[in-house]
Design a protein around this ligand. Structure first.
Ligand SMILES: NC(=O)c1ccc[n+]([C@@H]2O[C@H](COP(=O)([O-])OP(=O)(O)OC[C@H]3O[C@@H](n4cnc5c(N)ncnc54)[C@H](O)[C@@H]3O)[C@@H](O)[C@H]2O)c1
Length: 266
């Protein structure tokens, strides 16, 4: 038995996908505030410039690069540039994920279905594949994937989203088996309702589909939780940081829910 060394680890090299806004930005902030060097990607160049400037002004070491995670060549360049800029890669946070269509399967266009798979699942595969050789050289390699409560219980009118978010769990369990011998840990975070712009759009979509007000669908959603408030994105940043820290050195292949003790997504 040994005492766990809980001192802050040496600054690590961290990449976060879709880090310019929302949950990804909060995750980038959590690592940057702890002294890690962070390289983020996003498709929104203006948001990327603003986020890197703000996080740097707050004392972090944060850089950014335009990259659509579903574009194989762009991902190759993003990961290679990150490794060069940061001198390696210790932590990868696969956060990018679009909401996709809100409709029944029988009404769904193939292009809408395919886009969700391309961004939310193939994107994670591409970033991970390109990062593994760098993670193998790290002494503290960690991969964190952002799944969703919607991947655990099914998600009416959001079929492709539910499919990719459950697919991430299979990818995480498989990668944990493949990479454990290299000391690389792989875990997923499954958020429920997260406060922010995105959830407002989701609630608006549900309200429109049901023909009721946004307040009503929001109240219905919170009624499914034990804690009657939405998750703060900063709490997801803190959880991603913990899962990549020495305090979580024996945790791999897991999915950690952060959902106010929710019984269902909808
Ligand atoms: N918001 C929620 O309630 C919630 C709940 C559960 C899980 N999640 C998951 O958390 C993750 C982040 O969600 P969010 O609400 O912060 O998202 P968001 O919609 O706020 O988007 C965050 C960023 O992603 C970028 N982005 C979009 N497509 C991209 C692409 N192809 N490549 C690179 N960047 C791209 C956007 O430009 C934006 O800056 C997603 O995987 C989402 O599915 C969110």
């Amino acid at each position: 038995m040994s005492e766990l060394d809980t001192r802050r680890p040496d600054p690590r090299a961290v990449i976060v996908t879709a880090g310019a806004a929302g949950i990804g930005r909060s995750i980038a902030a959590a690592f940057a505030q702890a002294g890690d060097r962070v390289h983020i990607c996003d498709i929104d160049e203006a948001a990327l410039t603003a986020a890197t400037a703000e996080l740097t002004a707050a004392g972090g070491t944060v850089s950014g690069q335009v990259c659509d995670v579903s574009d194989e060549e762009a991902v190759r360049a993003f990961v290679a540039d990150a490794a060069q800029r940061l001198g390696g890669i210790d932590v990868v946070v696969n956060n990018a994920g679009i909401a996709g269509p809100t409709c029944l399967v029988e009404e769904m266009a193939l292009a809408d279905w395919q886009r969700v798979l391309d961004v939310n699942l193939t994107g994670h595969f591409l970033v991970t594949r390109e990062s593994i050789r760098h993670l193998k050289r790290s002494e503290s390699g960690s991969l964190v994937f952002i799944s969703s409560l919607g991947g655990r219980h099914g998600y009416p009118r959001r079929a492709p989203y539910a499919v990719v978010k459950r697919g991430i769990l299979a990818l995480v369990e498989t990668l944990a088996m493949e990479l454990g011998e290299h000391g690389i840990r792989v875990n997923a975070i499954a958020p429920g309702l997260v406060d922010g712009e995105r959830i407002q759009q989701v609630m608006a979509g549900r309200a429109q589909a049901a023909g009721v007000g946004v307040e009503e669908v929001t109240a219905q959603a919170l009624a499914l939780q034990s804690l009657k408030y939405m998750v703060d994105p900063a709490d997801i940043g803190a959880l991603a940081y913990f899962l990549s820290s020495p305090a979580a050195r024996s945790i791999s292949g897991q999915t950690i829910g952060i959902d106010g003790a929710s019984r269902s997504i909808a």
